[in-house]
Write a protein that binds this ligand. Structure first.
Ligand code: CDP
Length: 784
């Protein structure tokens, strides 16, 4: 044995993704790949109208079609007390409509047939007699006195308000405004868009007629939480329900809610005694499942003449559709929207939020976002740019004057968040240097003189991810801890089981790296298992960039527990006291005699073959990690665009993104997350839009109307990093999955507005299609 030993470091290494072996060979295992003997297929009839009373549903012709096994209606479900279900925000949502339909695309009936084509054809044979009702398509209409009450299924509901919720200190904010030299106002709408994952939602429900056990393969970002909801809805004990989320083709928040299709397929399998598969089509996904955003925001920033921010007021009204159905921590009605003070040291703030029902799809899911942080970040970054124009200060300079300084951390914001760590100016400096800000400004000036429009936009955002500490965060009462269970086998290979569920983020690799970093077992020797409620410890799932801050922390902690036990085993093998040993990354060495060593593999073997008397055999453990705080990743994004004065089209010349997510476990995976997030941020700024006509018809129900960028439209991104570790996370990591989607829309909009700002333009609503930009050019006298 050598006396000089250097263990491999597994953090900060771009280990190739273990899961890609199967994905690159087309060997992934998605819900639609699951085919069970005797399996039936389900298709859903959806309402063509947005608001109507149902007079009758005639299913006789559909039921008579050869190959149809059953037709399920709300009336049938009502007999089993299943016509309505709870949502993850504590509201209710119809499984299949009974009294009324309340949105276009609502689930009205389901056909179960021997094959999917028959099931689909039979839908056309179902006759539904609808009596149309007045339609409400905006939250402003919805809150007007006399508006039709959408949720009249609730006995005590007299209006359409879902919640009114406030954060911050109104009096302190009043005082701040009274002292202000300048007050800058900004109002905007963050339109409805949709996560549109590549794989739509679906399930295969298999209720065993003999044992009664329900095995449900499901496109779920949160299998444990979903199992609990199923147990509550169906009254089945949890050991009789196994939810398996196999490979998931993207989630982005869309696969967090419970959807009617899952419930009907499971009920049908129970009643028919055969497995039932439901795979949603694209239109079904776009019109009925969790949309995102739909936030109306206005506010004022109080400033001193020198640009110091003194106070912030924000009012937000959210359109929730006909049910409050996203997963919202129960104490936080508008999610984490009150992070709206952003990266700035604003001493006083008051945030007033309201949510309202409309005749639209339920949701308001946090599309690649931590509970409404995206909208908040967009608002403050647009407001700061507007303030810079009004004060005649460079947007860079205004930010510098107001950033929370590194020595102020941990920093308590005016709305009550305790930011863990940050260094905003360092990230901004790096982004400006990479962009060549001063040169670009000179180029902008020259271009203007030549009649060309160049714009430069910044966003210096702060996120809040890793929900969350159990004192403040729960979904339906379920505390938002997460978990990791680690077993090291006799030969030193390991299996890690986690409560979160990847949908493409690479957990099989990065979580193995965390174990490798703590125990020195190479990632290739560690199997990471997730997404199966019978075989993983309880956890709240993957969304809101919470996996690394919660289950990632649990993984480090459980690994350390095992290392402590391995120390005892090594001491036994080396016949020394445990305190005489030092850990060198993958083995213990005797202090002062480093050639006397025990590797982690040798210690593991001893745990099963030669453990000391009185010690429990085996090397395994489980940790449920309750994070002491959220993590606060941040970044500085800078975009340069060129706007065509003849067409209103804009093109990204440069896009620089500097992210700080603390310690990076796998830089390649982090960069992949950022590239994907930037693409989705660009998509929102440029093209993604779901809108409705006055009758509540959804415009954006297919990929011809709902535009998502392909590689052709997506600009090139230049990435940079700074590293400010989280002081409370065991390995100093913060979440990153969503940072780029949160931070980038404001940077793109700020850039396009900046190109037109010298002519007085201050606002362009997303998505900034060429039509809108051309109109703004024309109104500002800039169009050619
Ligand atoms: O919850 P979700 O997995 O969507 O988000 P995340 O925790 O931000 O992690 C996204 C991916 O990036 C995971 O594979 C993480 O382990 C990885 N990551 C990393 O390598 N280093 C970080 N500091 C944060 C995330």
């Amino acid at each position: 044995m050598t006396t000089e030993h250097t263990a491999e470091h597994w953090l900060g290494r771009s280990v190739k993704r273990k899961e890609d072996d199967r994905f690159l060979q087309g060997k992934g295992n998605y819900v639609d790949d699951i085919n069970l003997p005797g399996m039936l297929h389900m298709s859903i009839l959806r309402s063509p109208v947005a608001h109507a009373r149902i007079n009758s549903i005639d299913t006789s012709a559909a039921a008579a079609l050869p190959g149809v096994v059953a037709v399920v209606t709300g009336e049938l479900l009502a007999q089993h007390n299943l016509a309505w279900m709870p949502t993850l925000s504590g509201d209710t949502q119809a499984v299949l409509a009974t009294d009324k339909v309340r949105m276009q695309g609502q689930e009205v009936a389901c056909v179960i047939a021997e094959d999917p084509y028959i099931a689909h054809d039979a839908l056309e044979l179902i006759e539904v007699d609808y009596d149309p009702l007045p339609v409400v398509v905006t939250p402003q209409q919805s809150l007007e006195p006399g508006a039709p009450v959408i949720r009249d299924d609730k006995e005590d509901k007299q209006d359409n308000r879902i919640y009114h919720w406030e954060a911050g200190d109104p009096e302190a904010t009043e005082r701040a405004f009274a002292q202000a030299d300048r007050v800058v106002e900004y109002e905007t709408f963050y339109p409805r868009c949709h996560p549109a994952p590549m794989e739509t939602c679906g399930c295969v429900a298999d209720v065993n007629p003999v044992t009664g056990k329900a095995t449900i393969y499901m496109t779920s970002q949160a299998p444990h939480a979903h199992r609990t909801v199923f147990a509550l809805v169906a009254g089945l004990p949890e050991h009789q329900i196994q939810i398996i989320s196999p490979d998931i083709g993207g989630g982005f928040g869309n696969k967090v809610p419970v959807y009617p299709g899952y419930v009907v397929a499971t009920a049908a399998s129970l009643l028919l005694g055969r497995p039932v598969k439901w795979i949603e089509d694209r239109t079904g996904n776009l019109i009925s499942t969790g949309f995102a955003r739909d936030f109306y925001m206005k506010g004022q920033l109080a400033l001193r003449e020198d640009g110091k921010m003194l106070g912030l007021r924000v009012n937000m009204l959210s359109d929730q559709g006909y049910a409050y159905a996203d997963a919202q921590p129960s104490k936080l009605k508008a999610g984490l929207f009150h992070i709206v003070t952003g990266s700035y040291d604003i001493p006083a703030a008051h945030v007033v939020t309201d949510g309202a029902y409309t005749n639209k799809a339920p949701g308001g899911v946090a599309y690649r976002c931590s509970f409404r942080v995206t909208e908040a970040s967009y608002f403050i970054e647009r407001l700061v740019q507007t303030a810079a124009y009004e004060l005649g200060v460079d947007p860079v300079e205004l930010r510098r004057r107001n950033f929370i300084q590194p020595e102020q951390f941990p920093y308590t914001s005016a709305t009550g968040f305790v930011y863990d760590s940050g260094n905003y100016e360092a990230a901004l400096d790096k982004a400006l240097e990479m962009l060549g800000y001063e040169d670009l400004k000179a180029e902008q000036e020259r271009a203007r003189q030549e009649g060309k429009l160049i714009g430069i936009g910044l966003a210096t955002f702060t996120e809040v991810v890793g929900a969350g500490p159990s004192k403040d965060y729960d979904i339906l009462g379920l505390k938002m801890f997460d978990s990791a269970e680690l077993r090291v086998h006799p030969t030193g290979k390991a299996i890690l089981k986690i409560g979160v569920q990847t949908q493409g983020q690479g957990h099989e690799t990065t979580f193995a790296q965390i174990v490798a970093n703590e125990l020195g077992i190479p990632p290739s020797d560690i199997l990471v298992q997730h997404g199966d409620t019978d075989n993983t410890p309880y956890g709240l799932g993957t969304y809101a960039s919470r996996s690394t801050p919660t289950a990632g922390a649990a993984t480090a902690v459980v690994s350390r527990k095992l290392r402590d036990k391995a120390r005892e085993l090594a001491a036994h093998l080396l016949e020394v006291a445990p305190e005489d040993l030092e850990w060198v990354g993958d083995r213990f060495q005797v202090r002062g005699a480093p050639d006397r060593q025990t590797t982690i593999q040798e210690a593991a073997f001893a745990a099963y073959t030669n453990h000391p008397q009185g010690m429990e055999a085996g090397l395994e453990g489980v940790t449920y990690y309750d994070p002491p705080n959220m993590t606060y990743p941040f970044g500085a994004y800078a975009v340069a665009v060129e706007v065509d004065r003849g067409t209103g089209q804009w093109k990204v010349k440069r896009m620089v993104a500097v992210d700080d997510c603390g310690v990076r476990i796998n830089p390649m995976i982090v960069e992949g997350q950022i590239m994907g997030g930037l693409t989705e941020g660009f998509a929102m700024a440029a093209m993604e839009l779901i809108t409705f006509d006055e009758l509540g018809n959804c415009i954006g129900s297919n990929f011809s109307d709902y535009l998502i960028p392909t590689s052709w439209e997506t600009p090139k991104f230049e990435l940079g990093e700074t590293v400010t570790p989280s002081p409370h996370h065991p390995i100093g990591a913060k979440g990153v999955g969503e940072s780029a989607t949160v931070g980038s829309p404001a940077a793109f909009v700020n850039a396009v507005v900046d190109a037109l700002a010298h002519a007085g333009v201050r606002e362009l609503e997303m998505p900034m299609g060429p039509d809108k930009v051309w109109k703004a050019l024309a109104e500002a006298g800039l169009a050619e």
